[in-house]
Design a protein around this ligand. Structure first.
Ligand SMILES: [Zn+2]
Ligand SMILES: [Zn+2]
Length: 339
């Protein structure tokens, strides 16, 4: 088969190109999926700014249709709509067999493919194929980042009646807002640096109080209980040092974030941390879990995809879309690419 497709590639420093390449060949235990929608994620920015030393394919928040299955695939067939786990678990290692597949890092994935989700087709291993229906492909491609938000909320272990702070209002922080309410938050403070469209979306997604730290620094906010019981940080690493001083006794901070260089190191007062019995917990949603749960949340409207997606753009505008995500942070939420 010598069919061609358009595919996007990334390379340092912040370079992109679109090329006609052969459609990947199906092999045993892998399926060929026609991409309907693929979201742009912070991780894509890291590849463009720090990681992609050679030209490589990218895009991992994929919704599509199975067009061909390799031998050994029985869970889906041609014509099924699927979302793709960005990394699965192996099912046979010690962690998996001890019931902690969330700690398995040996699962199959498509990250070593020459081309990935920003392309007309993607080859995906059978472990990563999750069927869906009842929502649009644009909404469905939020499944992967919504799974990340689910993890952030689970790690925070919110209790009934907690006062909860969301620090950072990118797509992950925004999608976490309705989940915090479902977990029992009594009051949700949504905070980012500069307000803008993200602050409006936060309000629409259920935040009780929306605050810009450019106008009111975190330590000056008049929290109803003096501070907060839980903080979910999806902002820069430095935001952890702002969150810790506003935590109530016994508070938990859950954090998702990646930083490179000097900004990756923080310092904080350990006595305050110790005597207030605080906890700082990492949420790193790999392997990608909770897809059926995330699909249900989208299908039932608990997470309103319309509030999270700010732009839908064609594949040939991928370089412009990446630039927009970098340069217009306040006005850009989730950008979805449609081949
Ligand atoms: Zn992502
Ligand atoms: Zn495993």
């Amino acid at each position: 088969m010598s069919k061609k497709m358009l595919a996007g590639f990334v390379k340092l420093p912040f370079q992109f190109k679109l090329e006609e390449v052969p459609v990947p060949q199906v092999r045993d235990d892998w399926a060929l999926v026609k991409v309907d929608a693929c979201g742009i994620c912070g991780t894509d920015m890291h590849y463009a700014n720090h990681l992609a030393t050679e030209w490589q394919g990218f895009g991992h928040e994929v919704a599509g249709v199975v067009v061909e299955v390799g031998r050994g695939i029985t869970s889906v067939r041609e014509g099924d709509r699927v979302v793709l786990e960005s990394g699965s678990y192996c099912g046979t290692c010690e962690q998996c067999r001890n019931g902690r597949s969330d700690l398995c890092n040996r699962g199959n994935n498509f990250w070593r493919n020459p081309t990935m989700g920003f392309a007309e087709y993607i080859l995906a291993p059978k472990e990563c194929l999750v069927p869906y229906d009842g929502i649009s492909p644009e909404a469905a491609c939020l499944t992967e980042p919504l799974g990340v938000a689910v993890d952030l909320v689970r790690v925070a272990d919110i209790a009934l009646g907690d006062e909860v702070l969301a620090l950072g209002l990118g797509p992950i922080g925004l999608m976490a807002l309705p989940l915090m309410r479902m977990r029992g938050a009594a009051h949700i403070y949504a905070v980012n640096r500069s307000g803008g469209r993200r602050a409006e979306a936060a309000k629409a997604l259920g935040a009780d109080t929306v605050i810009s730290t450019r106008e009111t620094p975190l330590h000056k906010i008049a929290f109803r209980k003096g501070g907060v019981d839980r903080a979910l940080v999806s902002a820069s690493v430095q935001a952890i040092t702002e969150a810790l001083p506003v935590m109530n006794y016994g508070g938990i901070v859950s954090f998702i974030g990646i930083e490179y260089g000097a900004g990756a190191t923080i310092s904080f007062d350990v006595n305050d941390f110790h005597f207030k019995k605080l906890q700082l917990r990492a949420s790193h949603a790999a392997p990608a879990l909770y897809f059926p749960m995330a699909l249900g949340l989208l299908r039932d409207g608990h997470v309103d995809s319309q509030q999270v997606i700010s732009h839908v753009m064609p594949l040939d505008k991928l370089p412009e879309a990446m630039q927009m995500v970098r340069d217009s942070r306040d006005e850009v939420l989730k950008v979805v690419i449609k081949p």
